[in-house]
Design a protein around this ligand. Structure first.
Ligand code: AKG
Ligand code: FE2
Length: 249
């Protein structure tokens, strides 16, 4: 883990994840608007741009390459779940673990999925499935867009109207866990602009870096790249299973 003094001065991490919990969502989801700096964003995008090889790609090298490990993983693991964390290890069932991956099989994310979303590109509503420890950390780069959360109707069919929308700004970190991960589906609409954005319609409105930039309720999309960090038990078998699950729309 990086020493605390390695944090860039522009970055003010919350004292705990509880301080940035999206209160209107089922437990639990967290949103940190300023998780990486513009320089760090540039550096990561620079790594992904020149090579089509790393687009929409699962990176499961262990250890992760430096540009994916730093600063994201060390920064992520430096944030306790709650302010009550006492460092006595292991947790006591009240969420007092030292960090969000403290109980995962490897104690940290061990692979990263890189997805690129030009305007009009999305991902169909889906659940991420049982191959992963149920914590998903998504760093957004380049542009904002909405992640929609859906529920199944009683007959099992998808209710096409999202129950919630989470707006993800560039350089933000979104963490989803628990019921939100296991009971609901998530997806991104293949549209050119997110509309009707407001405090009433966006679950994490109060945690946004700059809600005023969406005050007309509009987010004209540009290309957004996401890095999705997870801990998967059997890394090597996953690649072949991803195809049908991750069809773009
Ligand atoms: O890019 C995103 O924010 C979501 C991607 C996603 O849902 C997934 O890879 O499972
Ligand atoms: Fe997903």
């Amino acid at each position: 883990m990086d020493p605390p003094d390695s944090l860039p001065s522009q970055i003010k991490l919350p004292s705990s994840l509880e301080a940035v919990r999206i209160a209107s969502l089922p437990r639990a989801a967290y949103y940190i608007a300023d998780f990486i700096t513009e320089e760090e964003e540039e550096a990561i995008l620079h790594k992904t741009w020149p090579s089509d090889l790393v687009k929409d790609t699962l990176v499961d090298a262990r250890p992760l390459p430096d540009w994916l490990e730093k600063p994201v993983v060390s920064r992520l693991l430096s944030i306790p779940i709650s302010d009550a964390a006492d460092g006595h290890g292991g947790g006591d069932g009240d969420g007092h673990e030292s960090h969000i991956f403290a109980r995962s099989p490897h104690g940290r994310p061990n692979h990263v999925l890189i997805n690129e979303y030009p305007p009009n590109t999305g991902i169909m509503p889906h659940k991420d499935g049982a191959a992963y420890y149920p914590v998903v950390c998504t760093v957004s780069l380049g542009s904002s867009l909405c992640l929609n959360v859906y529920k199944s109707k009683e007959d099992g069919a998808l209710d096409p109207a999202p129950v919630w929308r989470i707006l993800q700004e560039p350089r933000s970190l979104l963490i989803t866990t628990g019921d939100l991960y296991s009971e609901y589906l998530h997806g991104i609409e293949p549209i050119a602009a997110d509309v009707d954005l407001s405090e009433q319609t966006i679950a994490n409105w109060g945690l946004l870096r700059d809600p005023s930039s969406f005050e007309n309720g509009l987010n004209q999309r540009q290309t957004r790249t996401s890095l999705t960090y997870r801990d998967v038990l059997k890394v090597s078998k996953l690649g072949s299973k991803l195809g049908p699950l991750f069809k773009r729309v």
